[in-house]
Design a protein around this ligand. Structure first.
Ligand code: DC
Length: 223
């Protein structure tokens, strides 16, 4: 029996941390679709594509072959055969991913890959349009969110721990701008699927969110 859990929500809501933990507890595979959009963005930046030129994005994205491998349970994103995991988590790549993921050609290139991964194995897949577009028949759909100030605070702490200089007001502005772009684009905008359960993690610990999701999974599947 293959189960699909879809987790959508805005940037910084904790989707990847939570999805990874839920996948581990249930022995499912964690699929990070944001990393695929980031790999595409990294490719576009390497090719010096201007983010405000949708035609250039549509043309150049055809040259990116993105695939996924799992090594010791970790998702490895391959861009034209090269492991690019180490380059995906910068603000520059994140911002380009937010811009380029609005492009229908970019989305079309990643759709089949994401559906294929969920067809053959039980997955916890996180992103923006998993419950609405990629896996409309997922067994469990979660819309995970938190206030923009909470999300900025978490991101600020993460960057400080990495020793990177940052300004919390700028991070919050960036997050709000990214939300606006992700929610207002024409193709697959970020929104809560009608049958998704809303989880606001602003005042919840990671453990509390993980337990809540596992409980929802058991309730929904009777498993
Ligand atoms: O979750 P993330 O920050 O790694 O995602 C990077 C960008 O990719 C984000 O701005 C929105 C986009 N994205 C998307 O449009 N659809 C997805 N399924 C996942 C990410």
């Amino acid at each position: 029996m293959v189960y699909n859990i879809a987790i959508d929500g805005p940037a910084g809501a904790g989707k990847s941390t939570i999805a990874k933990r839920v996948a581990k507890e249930l022995s499912f595979v964690y699929v990070d679709t944001g990393a695929m959009y980031r790999a595409m963005a990294y490719y576009l930046l390497q090719q010096n594509v201007n983010g405000s030129d949708p035609e250039a994005i549509a043309a150049v994205c055809q040259g990116a072959e993105i695939s996924i491998e799992y090594r010791n349970g970790e998702q490895i994103v391959l861009l034209n055969g090269e492991n690019v995991n180490a380059y995906l988590r910068t603000e520059e790549v994140g911002n380009m991913a937010s811009v380029s993921s609005a492009n229908p050609r970019v989305r079309a290139r990643l759709l089949d890959l994401q559906r294929g991964l969920a067809a053959s194995q039980s997955v916890v897949m996180d992103g923006r349009d998993i419950g609405t577009t990629i896996l409309p028949d997922a067994d469990v759909k979660i819309y995970l969110t938190a206030s923009s100030s909470t999300r900025a605070g978490r991101r600020y702490k993460e960057l400080l721990e990495k020793g990177e200089a940052c300004n919390i007001e700028e991070i919050q502005k960036d997050i709000e701008e990214r939300d606006r772009r992700d929610m207002s684009r024409e193709v697959s905008p970020l929104r809560q699927a009608e049958d998704a359960v809303l989880v606001d993690s602003s005042d919840m610990s990671i453990d509390e969110v993980v337990s809540a999701l596992i409980k929802i999974f058991h309730e929904k599947t009777g498993n």
